[in-house]
Design a binder for this molecule. Structure first.
Ligand code: ZN
Length: 313
């Protein structure tokens, strides 16, 4: 009997050791290759309106990356609140932005940096990597107001007197973004006002809405082509997000068409496939911080989407 116990014990110890060796092997199998992050944001692109065949560049990113159509925005499903959440890693109850076009918090932010703002992903990069270049290019002025320090973040507002931006304006946005990538920006954010503008003027899911979606995909394709042609994807992570969807000619309604948005992660270190874990758009900032091996502020509530990566730490 004693001998049987000894053999059983030996087997258990051996199995445990083998198991641990495999676990250690898994942990060390992939290391984090990410040195740069490109965040691409479209305003008002709801999951309900995603037709992969009309967005060949997003489709390519999805098929070679990790993705979900079940990302939820924070409520209400309107713009400034959700762009704040995407960049600030928390919901409106903490960052305080409460209306669609808030240029400053409507309620006091729970935590302030030394520059008097709720910490965003740009402030986290600047604080922990003072020499790192970050950059942000956008076609809606309010995006610039969300940055902790627009000068330090190197923001470029592509201004237009027209509500809807012309192809020339979007081309300038693309060229500005590629310029930042050429400067080896550690974190680059590019924001497109469409298809939100088309949604408000013609309806979510209208023909014009889908035309704008296809047009925006072409601009994304130019940026991705730059990354591919210059072998940047070996150490660049690309994340695609939107702030909300919509119904009729608006958003902010209590519907899933307003609330669910696509989320795609493509490039360095990404594990292909559909993301099964829960994603809220404030997970974006946390995922960027984690991918760049930065410490997220304690006040953030977002979690990195670790299941979308080949490496563990
Ligand atoms: Zn919006």
């Amino acid at each position: 009997m004693k001998r049987l116990v000894a053999i059983a014990l030996f087997c258990c110890v051996t199995l445990a050791a083998v198991g641990q060796a495999y676990a250690q092997h898994d942990d060390s199998a992939a290391s984090n290759p990410i040195k740069h992050v490109l965040l691409i944001g479209w305003d008002g692109y709801g999951s309900a309106y995603v037709n992969w065949d009309e967005v060949p560049n997003l489709k390519m990113m999805k098929e070679n990356g990790a993705w979900t159509l079940k990302t939820r925005c924070v409520l209400p499903s309107v713009s400034a609140i959700n762009w704040a959440s995407i960049l600030m890693g928390a919901g409106s109850e903490l960052h305080g932005y409460r209306t669609w076009g808030s240029s400053k918090p409507d309620l006091p932010s729970r935590v302030l940096t030394d520059k008097g703002k709720f910490p965003d992903i740009f402030s986290v990069v600047h604080q922990q990597r003072p020499d790192a270049l970050t950059a942000s290019a956008f076609t809606w002025k309010t995006i610039g107001d969300l940055h902790e320090n627009p000068d330090e973040a190197h923001t470029t507002y592509i201004h237009s007197d027209e509500h809807a931006h012309s192809p020339e304006h979007y081309q300038k946005l693309v060229d500005t973004t590629i310029g930042y990538l050429k400067e080896n920006s550690v974190l680059t954010f590019v924001y497109f006002s469409e298809p939100d503008v088309a949604g408000h003027e013609n309806g979510w899911g209208s023909e014009v809405y889908h035309q704008k979606v296809a047009e925006m995909d072409g601009y994304v394709g130019q940026i991705i082509k730059y990354l591919q042609d210059n072998d940047c994807l070996k150490d660049t992570l690309v994340i695609f997000v939107s702030d909300h969807g919509g119904t009729g000619k608006g958003h902010g309604h209590e519907t899933m068409q307003d609330m669910e948005t696509p989320f795609i992660i493509y490039g360095a270190g990404v594990k292909k496939g559909e993301i099964e874990s829960v994603v809220v758009n404030y997970d974006t900032a946390a995922t960027i911080a984690w991918a760049l091996q930065l410490t997220a502020p304690d006040c953030w509530r977002g979690k990195p989407v670790k299941s979308a990566f080949e490496f563990k730490e």
